[in-house]
Design a protein around this ligand. Structure first.
Ligand SMILES: Nc1ncnc2c1ncn2[C@@H]1O[C@H](COP(=O)(O)OP(=O)(O)O)[C@@H](O)[C@H]1O
Ligand SMILES: N[C@@H](CCC(=O)OP(=O)(O)O)C(=O)O
Length: 372
């Protein structure tokens, strides 16, 4: 089963507060430097990386000289705003030592359930990864309350794994992995090496909540693995303090707990797309575009579209039909109906002149298409 880890091309690595802040003593810069070195090595081996980093509240508390986590929401949010600066500064300078650039992305769960924002976040992240920049993501703590209260970046990391279609979600934490009982209270607890993410037996073992800083515990990690599994990603929950942990995972060593999805990446994504039953409009393709989609499995470019019907917004589902009206595919469209009207029949490099901006060169990207 570990071949799924060694073969994974796109990783989301999530590092929790407890681990990043050495239990409240400010950011553990030395530990961060060690993970950065490993992430740079992974990048050099061709792995695409997105980092989800917690620790803003904890870093802010340390900058403010606060020793206990405040319970007032506005104080938590203020601490997060202060600490986020420390966090990204630390990641940036550490990656810069290896000549690698970083970018900050702050997201909320709501951003990812809104179709338009989902597509925007997705294309920004893809662009960053293609530019060989490491995106460093955290929750946008200023505008949310529930997540910061529960201290749950595990869910955010899983949503990001869905968003970028990661093959692997690596959750680094302060234990070696998921045990068959909470190791704080059960010294005899044993590490679970491999399981199916949807195994109901896991619910009982992940019962307890987290520690003083990180607060989600194993429950949120298990839930995250199930969410990641929906888009076909494997999850590894593993100790961030284990020497060379990322490098050894990449080499196939049986570290941590590997949670497997029930079906593969592509099948899962198509299933997710297929769940979008409501279609908002129709694109009438020319014969060349029908062939490009059906036979060559390509994206749909504006140049191959003859007519636009219906009223839809960016991110909504449209039906693609052949010149004689036969449905050939359906997919999430990158431009609204009004915009599409202006760019159909034109080459993609004319989009900028026609609209004044370019969202994507494709009208529907092939990853967002299901052939009928
Ligand atoms: N079955 C279990 N296996 C391992 N750890 C568990 C289990 N149940 C509860 N935990 C607790 O979850 C904690 C990790 O979660 P959390 O404190 O939220 O960390 P993080 O900041 O990394 O998200 C561990 O320190 C451990 O005490
Ligand atoms: N976004 C906040 C809270 C997130 C958080 O603590 O999550 P985690 O430690 O991963 O369970 C922060 O950066 O402090």
């Amino acid at each position: 089963m570990r071949d799924k880890v060694t073969g994974a091309r796109r990783w989301v690595v999530k590092i929790g507060s407890a681990l990043l802040t050495a239990d409240g003593r400010g950011l553990d810069r030395a530990a961060m430097a060690i993970w950065v070195k490993q992430m740079v090595a992974l990048r050099e081996q061709g792995v695409e990386l997105v980092l989800v980093s917690s620790g803003a509240v904890a870093a802010g508390m340390s900058r403010l000289g606060w020793t206990s986590r405040p319970s007032a929401m506005h104080e938590l949010q203020a601490a997060a705003a202060i600490g986020q600066m420390a966090l990204v500064q630390a990641w940036e300078s550490s990656f810069a030592e290896h000549g690698m650039r970083t970018a900050q992305i702050l997201l909320t769960h709501d951003d990812l359930s809104d179709r338009k924002r989902y597509l925007n976040a997705r294309s920004t992240l893809r662009t960053l990864v293609n530019l060989d920049v490491i995106p460093v993501i955290n929750e946008n703590d200023t505008v949310v309350t529930d997540e910061i209260r529960f201290g749950d970046n595990d869910t955010l990391a899983a949503l990001v794994a869905n968003l970028v279609e990661a093959d692997l979600l690596v959750i680094l934490t302060d234990r070696d992995g998921m045990y068959n009982a909470d190791p704080r209270h059960n010294p005899d607890a044993e590490l679970i090496f491999e399981a199916r993410a949807d195994d109901p037996a896991l619910d009982a073992v992940a019962g307890g909540v987290g520690g003083a800083l990180g607060r989600g515990g194993m429950q949120t990690k298990l839930r995250a693995s199930r969410l990641a599994a929906r888009s076909g990603a494997h999850t590894v929950i593993v100790g961030g303090a284990i020497e060379q942990v990322l490098a050894r995972l990449k080499a196939g060593e049986r570290l941590g707990t590997l949670l497997a999805p029930e079906r593969g990446l592509l099948a899962a994504r198509k299933q997710w797309l297929a769940g979008h039953l409501q279609t908002r409009g129709t694109l009438v393709l020319d014969a060349g575009a029908v062939k490009a989609l059906s036979q060559d499995r390509k994206s749909l470019l504006p140049v191959g579209v003859k007519a636009v019907q219906g009223s839809f917004r960016r991110g909504e589902m449209v039906v693609c039909v052949s010149p004689d009206g036969r449905e050939v595919a359906r997919g999430l469209v990158n431009y609204s109906a009004l915009e599409a009207q202006k760019i159909i029949g034109q080459p993609s490099d004319a989009i900028e002149k026609l609209l004044g901006y370019v969202d994507e060169p494709e009208l529907v990207h092939r990853d967002n298409l299901i052939l009928v």
